[in-house]
Design a protein around this ligand. Sequence first.
Ligand SMILES: O=C(CO)[C@@H](O)[C@H](O)COP(=O)(O)O
Ligand SMILES: [Fe+2]
Length: 220
Amino acid sequence: MPDILIAPSILSADFAKLGEEVCAIDEAGADWIHIDVMDGHFVPNLTIGPAVVKALRPHTQKPFDVHLMISPVDPFLDAFAESGADIITVHPEAGPHLHRTIQRVKSLGKKAGVSLNPATPAKALDYVLEEIDLVLVMSVNPGFGGQKFIASQLRKIEAIASRITKENLDVRLEVDGGIDPATAPQAISAGADVLVAGTAAFRDGPASYAANIEALRGHR
Ligand SMILES: O=C(CO)[C@@H](O)[C@H](O)COP(=O)(O)O
Ligand SMILES: [Fe+2]
């Protein structure tokens, strides 16, 4: 089984101190930094653009796991690649040609991810799973932190994990939304190997970040 990676979502960080927050969560043991990009159109919230990603880049060497919740997504791939993203994840509904979008991300030298909304079936990965580096299963409807974990997504994680194993693919399986020390073990048992956590990672301020991350790994 691969190591479990923890990807804190800076959506739950203090936006007035974003650089310091990224340093603090890095030092606390984050494996990746998850950056939620929202456009007020694909999802009902507005967050971060490429200028902010670029400004944060010097604050850590950890991979930037950029979750694009924007539509159309294609016009912004180059800007996020140039801003310092390492992994660029898109939703199948965010453009007309998912395979072309993935090819573009890879041609920019970045790892490509595909994210499935709670109502999007695993079948949406047909014909692209072997092309990508990451599947992101949304365990809440995208748009906001602090929502309740949708347990039906565990079945989807199981189905995708068994497909990855059966096809012997080098694909990470990430879960995002409502992950805390109670839901993390369920997601891991189902086959997730990257856990995104906003609320649970950033709770109680910087002095608690290391313990928060260890609790997600199941070490507390
Ligand atoms: O993509 C999203 C929300 O759309 C997530 O990455 C959230 O930021 C996770 O927040 P918590 O549910 O962990 O508070
Ligand atoms: Fe996310």
